[in-house]
Design a protein around this ligand. Structure first.
Ligand code: PLP
Length: 435
């Protein structure tokens, strides 16, 4: 299989972009205007070390629009109550808003039913939930779990843990020098012993957009289930879980302009229904006696205890916010920025881009000569430019390229070409300092 197959969910479709642009014109009486968008994000007015903040650490977490901040404020001022159990006005209202967000998420990722949406703490918890419930119930000695060489630790370690426990084997799809999946041996790697393929849609360390739809099809042909880590995808592209036909899809609210501490796990209903619960406690039971407990049906079976109510409601506002702008419009803006950023970074002497796939979204990972990425991060910070330096919770990716760390600039809808110019100015300063 060639690595340059067309990706599902390309960052931009011309007709969609046009349609969304028209929508934006009618809704905000002007085309996508990044300067106007920036006004929605209070933190972008900050000065850091006396310089205007240039925030390029979006793959770690995105900034929050005022609408999300106000939703949280409003919730605690006027709506705070525990959900599902109360008979009083506030509790009923909070329950209704909370459950309304489930439907919003369902529509956002085009799930068939809102019962397929489980609220979690984030991507990490979603993957652990699947590994600990589906994995423990279904894996046996000799089975294989296939991941890729570009996974975040949160899509490696949970599988290692359950494989160790169940005597299953963890296999890895290697990556090419450019940062694409090397699919030469995919027919060996994906075989009848493979019970789960768990892979990221967009790599946080390289920016590569993986051909997930194609791999899901191949995995299903072998009888394997597929979990997609969408942590770095949902903010850059439209996700349609039914079109992808994935069995599970996990993402985090805080990377999608929403609050921290909230995430989503999508699962096909029949699978969720057959899985044992993850945690025991209040709200996930139908009845309890000392002899026997009966569980609720999904999704509540998987939501033990008081959930992150305010954060769920805040996530709902974040989804409204991005949906109103249009993900294909956001993707088009980011695609322009990525092309500009790639061009200007390539002109910096001694800079090596790590991750040069033809299919990328939102991430510019690089090294600069012998300068340690942490030193680069510190020098850039002095100029108000926030980037990330390190292994990005993807140590196997660093090992693949024989490095210990990269500097990573990552993009969001409020970034501008001026932000990337500020990054380049900072890199030239680092070059001067380190001679
Ligand atoms: C690709 C990917 N997967 C999973 C995660 C984990 O997300 P969280 O820490 O929000 O659970 C991240 C976070 O950076 C990520 O980039």
């Amino acid at each position: 299989m060639k690595t340059k197959t067309r990706r599902q969910n390309p960052p931009r479709r011309r007709e969609d972009a046009k349609k969304d642009k028209t929508e934006i014109i009618s809704k905000t009486s002007g085309p996508f205007n990044v300067m106007k968008i920036r006004k929605d994000f209070p933190v972008l007015k900050l000065k850091v070390h006396g310089k205007p903040l240039v925030y390029l650490d979006n793959a770690a977490t995105t900034q929050k629009p005022l609408a999300v901040i106000e939703t949280l404020d409003n919730y605690y001022r006027k709506q705070n109550a525990n959900i599902h159990r109360g008979v009083h006005f506030l509790s009923e209202q909070a329950t209704q808003v909370y459950e309304g967000v489930r439907t919003k998420v369902q529509k956002f990722i085009n799930a068939a039913d809102s019962k397929e949406i489980i609220f979690t703490q984030g991507t990490t918890e979603g993957i652990n939930l699947v590994a600990q419930t589906w994995g423990r119930a279904n894996l046996k000695p000799g089975d294989e779990v296939l991941i890729t060489g570009m996974e975040h630790h949160s899509n490696i370690v949970p599988w290692q843990m359950v494989c160790d426990e169940k005597g299953a084997k963890l296999k890895v799809i290697p990556i090419t020098d450019e940062g694409d999946l090397d699919l030469k041996n995919i027919s060996d790697l994906l075989n009848p012993k493979t019970k789960m393929l768990a892979l990221t849609q967009v790599s946080n360390a390289l920016g590569t957009i993986n051909p997930v739809a194609e791999l899901i099809r191949l995995a299903h042909e072998k009888g394997a289930k597929v979990l997609v880590d969408g942590a770095q995808a949902v903010l850059h592209m439209t996700v349609d879980v039914q079109a992808l036909d994935c069995d599970f899809y996990a993402f985090s609210g805080h990377k999608l302009y929403g609050p921290t501490g909230i995430g989503v796990l999508y699962g096909k209903y029949a699978l969720l229904d057959a899985m044992p619960p993850y945690q025991g406690g209040g709200d996930m039971i139908a009845s309890v006696t000392f002899e026997k407990t009966l569980y609720k049906k999904p999704p509540h079976k998987f939501e033990a205890g008081t959930p992150a109510i305010a954060e769920v409601i805040g996530l709902g506002t974040a989804l409204d916010y991005v949906s109103h702008i249009g993900l294909s419009v956001i993707a088009a803006h980011e695609e322009t920025l990525l092309a500009y950023g790639t061009k200007v970074l390539k002109q910096v002497p001694g800079l090596t881009l790590i991750g040069t796939s033809a299919h990328k979204a939102g991430v510019l990972s690089f090294t600069l000569g012998e300068i340690h990425p942490h030193d680069l991060g510190t020098i850039l910070d002095q100029g108000g430019v926030a980037i990330r330096a390190g292994h990005h919770c993807a140590q196997p990716v660093m090992d693949r390229y024989g490095i210990s760390a990269t500097a990573r600039a990552s993009l969001a809808l409020y970034n501008t070409t001026q932000d990337l110019d500020a990054l380049v100015i900072g890199l030239h300063k680092a070059l001067e300092l380190f001679g």
